[in-house]
Every structure is written in C-alpha cells, then in structure tokens.
Design a protein around this ligand. Structure first.
Ligand code: DGL
Length: 286
C-alpha cells in the first residue's frame, strides 16, 4: 500500500491533479512516471461524480470549487485531469476566475495537449474522439484540433456507458463487449475514413483491451496520459518561475469527497495497488 505522507507540512507545495472520480489516476500515473521527483496531490470529487452528463453550469461550479480547494492546499499549478471539466470549465476559470483569485497560479487541462500531440498521427486526416456526452457536445476537441490543423476532420462519439463499466469493474467482462462494439460501429458509420481514435476520457484506457478487439486493422487508438505528461514537463521547463514553486520530494497525497475506504479500493483498478486517501469537503466556510 502506498502510504499517505504527512501532508500538513507547510513546506510542501504540490502539483494538483483533479478528476471527477478515478479516471484522472490514469493521467497521474503517466505524469508521475515521467516526473517522479515532484509532489502531487490528487482529488477525486467522487461524491458528485460522474460529471459526464451534467450541465455546463454544474460542471463549471464543481470544478471551480475544486480549483479553489487546491489553492487552499498551497498548490500553484492545477491540472484538470478530466476531459469533461477541461471541456466545460477550464476556459472560464482561466479567463474569468483566475485573474480575480491570483494571477500567479495556473490551471491547465488535458484537451489542448492531447489535440496538439495526437492530431499529426493520422495519415488519412480523419480523427475520431470517444468521450463523455459533455466532452463530445462541447465540441472542444474539434475546436482545438482544427485551430492547429484546419484540414483535419474530427468526428465525436459519446459513450455514456463506458465510465460506469469501468467504475463497476466490468471493463474486462463479457458485458462490456456490447457497448464497446456499439460505439465503435457508430463512429465508423459517421466517418469510415478515421484512422486514429483519441480516448478523450480518462477512464477509457481501462477499456483498451476490448477496444482494440473491435477495431479495423489500420486504426490506432491513443490514450492521452502520456501526451499530457510530456506537455506538462515542457510547460515546467518553459516556466521556471512556476517550476520553482512546485516542491520536489516525490510525495503523493490522495483526497476524495466520498468514502476514503472506497477510494482506496477502487483506485487499485487504475493504479494496480491500494492507496490510502483522506476525506475532504470542497465547501469553504469563513
Ligand atoms: N474523467 C471524466 C473525463 O475524462 C469522465 C468521468 C465522468 O463522467 O465524471 O471526462
């Protein structure tokens, strides 16, 4: 078991990693594999997950509460390791809220680094995005990819059943086959020329085994964790003023808004080990 360190220490200013639930752990793993020296604090808003089908206003409100929580934990840099939160809340937080909170703090998302790195991998110029209803409806991937590569065709497919399959440990069971095959078929019906699929939801890498089983031969599937990690590394190299604010003791601290016991158990699906989490509340009362 990975032990919770003594987070109370005033010396620690970790990088915050946020998700509605457990999916962001797939991104956290890649980030820690690339940059193990930093301190990290992970928050899963499990009490209010999933975010995938919630309204723009609700996802924005929850995400802003989480960002403020990270700032109270002394974080200077927060990564929204959730596509739904990145799609629906990031831009407003960056442009409207941050200037009024603290101009030196930064909040980054997962959609832009994924779009930047992955779009060039397609040979046909046709890319598919699998994501939650919120992410697909927002059109964020389409926007980010076409800003950089206007000739690329982006087609989205919302897969509302995929997150519950993962959260309920059904991702490698026979029941998952139906939903995986159904959404892949729908995607290729919309655009048969797709040769690259982005898993635009942090839960989906766990379904990779099933997804590859139902894919046409020449199609690549990309999980975003590695690309988000590489882009964060470049960001910290380019921003030494931020880098020096992020402490480097290799610590990791897990928090959840729901039961810490359940978090520890479920997190093992994503991390292949149990972790000790602490329960927290995102409301701030004076
Ligand atoms: N982790 C979220 C994402 O990447 C999906 C889970 C949810 O619906 O809350 O979009």
């Amino acid at each position: 078991m990975e032990e919770q360190n003594n987070y109370k220490s005033r010396e620690v200013t970790p990088i915050g990693v946020f998700d509605s639930g457990y999916g962001g752990l797939t991104v956290l793993s890649e980030i820690r594999a690339l940059m193990p020296e930093y301190d990290y604090i992970y928050l899963g808003d499990n009490a209010r997950a999933p975010y995938g089908s919630r309204s723009f206003e609700r996802v924005y409100q929850f995400t802003l509460e989480a960002v403020k929580w990270f700032f109270r934990q002394r974080c200077h840099l927060v990564i929204l390791a959730c596509n739904t939160a990145s799609a629906k809340a990031l831009r407003t937080i960056q442009q409207i809220d941050l200037p009024g909170i603290d101009t030196r703090k930064r909040v980054l998302g997962v959609i832009r680094p994924t779009a930047e790195s992955v779009a060039t991998l397609s040979e046909s110029g046709h890319i598919g995005i699998m994501g939650t209803e919120g992410t697909i409806r927002s059109g964020s991937y389409n926007l980010e990819i076409r800003k950089l590569y206007p000739d690329i065709t982006v087609t989205g497919e919302a897969c509302p059943m995929w997150v519950p399959l993962v959260e309920n440990r059904e991702y490698d069971k026979p029941g998952a086959d139906y939903f995986v095959q159904q959404h892949l078929e729908r995607l290729f019906e919309k655009d048969p020329l797709i040769d690259t699929i982005i898993l635009g939801c942090t839960h989906y890498p766990l379904l990779m085994g099933k997804i590859t089983q139902y894919l046409p031969e020449n199609v690549k599937v990309i999980s975003q964790g590695k690309y988000v990690a590489e882009s964060l590394k470049v960001y910290l190299q380019r921003h030494p003023e931020m880098d020096k604010n992020c402490t480097k003791n290799g610590g990791i601290y897990y928090f959840t808004t729901d039961s810490p016991e359940k978090f520890g158990e479920q997190a093992s699906i994503f991390l292949n080990k149990q972790v000790k989490a602490l329960q927290t509340n995102l409301e701030y009362k004076l």
